[in-house]
Design a protein around this ligand. Structure first.
Ligand SMILES: NC(=O)c1ccc[n+]([C@@H]2O[C@H](COP(=O)([O-])OP(=O)(O)OC[C@H]3O[C@@H](n4cnc5c(N)ncnc54)[C@H](OP(=O)(O)O)[C@@H]3O)[C@@H](O)[C@H]2O)c1
Length: 292
């Protein structure tokens, strides 16, 4: 196991959870926020990375519409940034794990995408994330890319499950798209997989990590309501065309972990089981009124 875990983008959803878990496990952690380490700065990495470190790049422009609105920043953070980190890791002899996305796929397939399936990103976000994967592997061929999808905490911030949890606790209906299908991933399960990858025994350049199964956003929202004892019929299906958004999303981007499990990763649990656990955790931003 690497002596120290260095986390970029540690103020974000995945970075914060990873830092918390690593500290809970008693590991030495350097959790660096955007303000502390701007990965787009080519000179910065060498200040933070040392021989033997495990560096997990959680920094990204992960807001799909923000990336579409500002492609230059998206390129700097999603392509040049990871490339900078990879060069630094290769130079000093650190291990690197880089997080990527289901949005590298076009959505034309109708069965879960596995490693090696044809990519075809539809958005600036997807294109820059795919270019970031290639840049990392070119700079450091023994880095590991972990593609994940539809990540949520369910307990804080504005991820989809946390938002639906707040809505479930109030009155009224909520309109949710029923024409986009993906694999929800509980951040805890993603982080467990990142630790597994960090042990360095799985020697594949690209891995997929997602909870097992697929659903639409509508089905996911209904599941949140059901788990919380709220009326799932308060969730109403709409077409994504009714929700105007800047960037195109793949209509189907479920991920298969079959090849990743064959490579050594622990098989994922079903998305409903992971969701139930997430919703069993207390809401931690004080915004949730009592459960209806
Ligand atoms: N969330 C999902 O559903 C999902 C799905 C698939 C893949 N992923 C991938 O998972 C990874 C983590 O995403 P997330 O959900 O944790 O996103 P997030 O909550 O938006 O976190 C990203 C973090 O990166 C930071 N950042 C932005 N520009 C930076 C820079 N130049 N240098 C250093 N840090 C910078 C952000 O800080 P500021 O906010 O201060 O700029 C933010 O704290 C990303 O690679 C994302 O593409 C996420």
């Amino acid at each position: 196991m690497a002596a120290r875990i260095v986390i970029t983008g540690a103020g974000g959803q995945v970075g914060r959870f990873l830092a918390g878990e690593a500290a809970r496990q008693g590991r030495e952690v350097a959790a660096l926020t955007h303000a502390q380490w701007d990965i787009a700065d080519p000179k910065a990495a060498e200040r933070f990375v040392a021989e033997g470190d495990l560096v997990v790049n959680c920094a990204a422009v992960a807001d799909v519409d923000a990336a579409e609105a500002d492609p230059d920043t998206a390129h700097a953070v999603n392509v040049t940034g990871p490339e900078n980190v990879a060069h630094a890791c290769a130079r000093v002899g650190a291990q690197m794990v880089h997080i990527s996305t289901d949005y590298v796929f076009s959505g034309e397939q109708r069965h879960p995408y596995d490693v090696g399936d044809q990519t075809g990103p539809l958005s600036v976000y997807g294109r820059t994330k795919l270019a970031g994967e290639l840049a990392v592997l070119a700079a450091m061929p023994d880095a590991t890319i972990v593609r994940t999808s539809w990540v949520y905490t369910g307990t804080t911030g504005n991820d989809f499950v946390a938002v639906m949890r707040r809505r479930a606790a109030t009155d009224g209906t909520v309109d949710v798209a029923d024409d986009q299908t993906g694999s929800p991933t509980y951040v805890k399960d993603l982080v467990d997989a990142l630790f597994e990858v960090g042990q360095g025994r799985i020697r594949e350049p690209v891995l997929h990590v997602a909870n097992e199964g697929a659903c639409s956003r509508f089905e996911q929202a209904r599941a949140v309501f059901e788990e919380l004892g709220a009326d799932p019929d308060r969730v109403r299906p709409v077409s994504s065309a009714q929700v105007a958004r800047r960037a195109a999303r793949p209509v189907y981007s479920a991920l298969s972990m079959a090849l990743s499990v064959r490579a050594g990763l622990t098989p994922p649990r079903p998305w409903r089981a992971a969701l139930a656990e997430a919703l069993g955790e207390p809401f931690d931003d004080g915004q949730l009124p009592s459960t209806p």
